[in-house]
Design a binder for this molecule. Structure first.
Ligand code: KG4
Ligand code: ZN
Length: 345
């Protein structure tokens, strides 16, 4: 007998994007994101403004996601939402909305860890795209996190390496800010790097143990370098923009790849995935593709719309929890710090 379809409404509001998605089994019917452009003027996300914008956007976004999916709210079996990690004021909006929706529709609610969501985005059905096989390593690189995750099963994963200071996306965004780009500048660095020489300038790389990362030294090294050059030529940045972007991007990618290689070799795992906003970076994708043929890795890239924060990844995680009957009760609270190890189910 054919099993009943499972329809999940996913909600993501951990940072500055309000997103709602409708998932049917493992297929996404809609995945809408209301971006908050207001932060561009401030060079970073302003938490107070983010939570206000979530409050404004959440109902219209959910409404549009339901309509785009061609379903009605009565078809939804459960609501999955990001419990954390993220900005408290932003998380509270998604959490409270989910409680209200769950009570009003009399359906269960499922509390999802945002970082697990980034990893499980790989399991969204996408035109026959291959999915990673367990165990695999996932390099999750975003604006707030940089992690190497050992993934043993859908809901069984552990962080084996992490950043001790800035995240990779933060390194991109801070470097971009020094070059005069608006926030978030990562995608602009990527764009300019395509026309630049990655070997033109050299920046310092960290030397720290295990599978951990550090990006604060790089930030300082770029700052001092630019200050020195600008004293000699005030047009230095404008005249070298593409080469600066390419060289900075190469340094960040080299740092990321070094530890990923080490983990792959030492754990003898050649199934390698990337996730998170920075996994949209074309240089990172090229570097991984190159390594995949050199090292005989099977590499997995998420579709672009599932790289940066989105509710589709929350909905697919919700589906695996729904199948196991793991639900939250209505006293659940958002949590700004929420490690993957606390989430293992
Ligand atoms: O996963 P995400 O949407 O949000 C967080 O959970 O942080 O990641 C956002 C980060 C930002 O730092 C942004 O600059 C970076 O991802 N990003 C990129 C690219 N696209 C997004 N960085 C480099 N190259 C890109 N193409
Ligand atoms: Zn994220």
């Amino acid at each position: 007998m054919r099993q009943k379809d499972i329809i999940i409404l996913g909600i993501e509001s951990s940072c500055d994007d309000t997103s709602a998605a409708i998932l049917k089994n493992s297929t996404i019917l809609s995945n809408l994101i209301a971006r908050q452009e207001i932060h561009e003027n401030y060079g970073g996300v302003v938490p107070e403004l983010a939570s206000r914008a979530h409050q404004q956007n959440i109902i219209p976004v959910v409404d549009a996601a339901i309509r785009k999916a061609g379903i009605t709210k009565n078809d939804i079996d459960a609501i999955a939402f990001t419990r954390g990690p993220g900005l408290m004021g932003s998380l509270v909006v998604g959490t409270s909305f989910s409680k209200a929706f769950s009570l009003a529709m009399n359906i269960p609610m499922i509390d999802v860890n945002h970082m697990v969501g980034h990893v499980l985005a790989h399991f969204i059905d996408d035109d026959g795209k291959e999915k990673p096989k367990f165990p695999f390593l996932c390099l999750t690189v975003s604006g707030g996190h940089t992690q190497i995750v050992l993934v043993e099963d859908y809901l069984k994963m552990s962080v084996i390496g992490t950043t001790i200071d800035d995240a990779a996306g933060e390194a991109f965004d801070k470097a971009a800010k020094m070059l005069g780009f608006p926030y978030p500048g990562g995608p602009l660095v990527d764009k300019h790097a395509k026309n630049g020489n990655p070997l033109k300038f050299e920046f310092s790389k960290p030397n720290i143990p295990n599978y951990d990362y550090s990006f604060s030294g790089l930030k300082t090294s770029i700052l001092y370098f630019l200050q020195k050059q600008l004293k000699l030529n005030e047009h230095f940045i404008a005249e070298n923009l593409d080469d600066l972007c390419a060289s900075i991007q190469k340094t960040i990618i080299d740092i990321l790849m070094k530890k990923l290689l080490k983990a792959s070799q030492e754990l003898n795992i050649s199934e390698i995935a990337i996730a998170g906003g920075v996994s949209a970076n074309s240089g990172l994708r090229d570097a991984l593709t190159k390594l995949s043929s050199e090292k005989k890795w099977n590499v997995y890239f998420p579709k672009f719309e599932y790289c940066t924060d989105n509710a589709a990844m929350i909905a697919i995680t919700g589906k695996y929890m729904f199948e196991k009957g793991i639900f939250a009760d209505h006293s659940i609270t958002a949590t700004a710090r929420y490690s993957i190890s606390e989430f293992n189910l």
